[in-house]
Structures are given as C-alpha cells and as structure tokens.
Ligand binder design. Structure first.
Ligand code: GDP
Ligand code: MG
Length: 197
C-alpha cells in the first residue's frame, strides 16, 4: 500500500444542482432537503484507498501495480463566487473537475459548456467528469440520459448519474474522481477508456 497526500478535486456547475449536497453525502453521509448556501469556498477532505484492480479499471491495460491510499480535498463554491476574486485560486492545482447539472432542469445542462470553458481556461488538461444529479427524480427528468452521454463521449468526459438524496452512485463518483487524480499524477491517462455509470 502506497500512501499519497492531498489531491484537489473541484466541483462546478449552476446553482441548486446539488454540488454541496453531493460533497456532504460523500464526506458526512448526510442529506438536507433545504438549500445550504455555500459561502465563499469550502472544502472537505476524505481519505480513501483504491486497490490496484480499481485503479486499472478504466485503463486499456493494467499499468498501476500498487494499492494506493490517498487523501482528497473536495472543493465546493457557490456559482456567484466563481465570478469573484476566488476564481483563480479555486481552479489552481485541481487534478480533476466534476461538472454537475440537474437532470430535471434543462437550463443547468445547457450551462455545462460554459463551465467546461472556464475549466479549460484555468486548468490545462485535467480530466472532466460530467455528473447528472437528482437521479431519484425520475418522473421530473427533462434531460435524457442518451443526450448527456453522447455529449460526454464527444468531448472525452466521463459520465455518471447520481443522487445525493438516495446516495446512488455518490461513492462511485468520488472514487472515480480520485482514481483519475491518481492516474493524472502517474501520467497514465493516455490509456484511459470512457467511464460511464
Ligand atoms: P448547489 O447550489 O449546487 O450546492 O446545490 P445544493 O446542494 O445546495 O442543493 C440544492 C437543492 O437541491 C437543495 O434543496 C437540496 O436538498 C436539493 N438536492 C440536492 N441533491 C439532490 C438530489 O440528488 N435529489 C433531490 N431530490 N434533491 C437534491
Ligand atoms: Mg452549494
């Protein structure tokens, strides 16, 4: 088991899509039905271990040979703040970006290219995971999974649908983000295959 220090993972996306809820579900296993205003920038940390099998799961060949334990810092901010003075610092040193939208609000999906362009401006070539949140609200869905998946594939983003409420895929989202962070450090991302959940 190899131990690594802090990897920075950022979440970004329009207001109310569930960025804060996802981070809280993952790090504290809680959920709140009310909106939790995100003041400035907040970050939560968590330690996790990935086996070598898990680390190679999305690679075209088995390259990583050790289980790795890491600590991640999960960055979260309000959509307002990102336009203010924190902008530079928020993106600085990020290894992976998670772009979240709400599957019941088409406008938040339409905003995705804007958030992606912000990431591309501020961070060089970091991997991006597109995350459709609120998968529990099946009846209210307005963004078809096929459409989002197609957009993700065309842009070389991974794709996952989550629910901070039911916890569906939340663990998978952040463990995959961590795996990508480790892979970026090991310079094996060129062997990356699409990851769709
Ligand atoms: P943020 O602005 O992106 O940080 O969004 P929040 O995490 O504050 O969530 C906004 C609202 O959506 C709150 O009322 C949450 O309770 C709700 N919410 C967040 N995630 C989910 C989810 O997966 N399912 C449902 N049904 N509601 C959610
Ligand atoms: Mg928030």
């Amino acid at each position: 088991m190899i131990e690594r220090h802090l990897y920075k993972i950022i979440t970004i996306g329009s207001a109310f899509v569930g960025k804060t809820s996802l981070a809280r579900r993952y790090t504290m296993n809680t959920f709140s039905y009310s909106y939790i205003p995100t003041m400035g920038v907040s970050w939560l940390t968590k330690s996790l271990s990935l086996t070598k099998e898990e680390l190679n799961e999305n690679l075209s060949k088995n390259i990583l040979t050790d289980d790795i334990k890491v600590r991640i810092s999960l960055w979260d901010t309000g959509a307002q703040e990102i336009f203010g003075f924190v902008r530079q610092k928020y993106f600085l040193g990020a290894k992976v970006a998670i772009v979240v939208y709400d599957i019941t609000k088409t406008a938040t999906f339409d905003d995705v290219p804007f958030w992606v362009s912000e990431i591309k401006k501020k961070c060089s070539e970091i991997p991006i995971i597109l995350c459709g949140n609120k998968s529990d609200l099946t009846n209210a869905r307005t963004v078809e999974r096929e459409k989002a998946e197609k957009y993700a594939k065309e842009n070389n983003f991974d794709y996952i649908e989550t629910s901070a409420l039911s916890a569906e895929n939340v663990e998978n989202l952040f463990s995959h983000a961590t795996r990508l962070a480790i892979q970026s450090e090991e310079e094996v991302l060129k062997f990356r295959k699409p990851f769709i959940k």
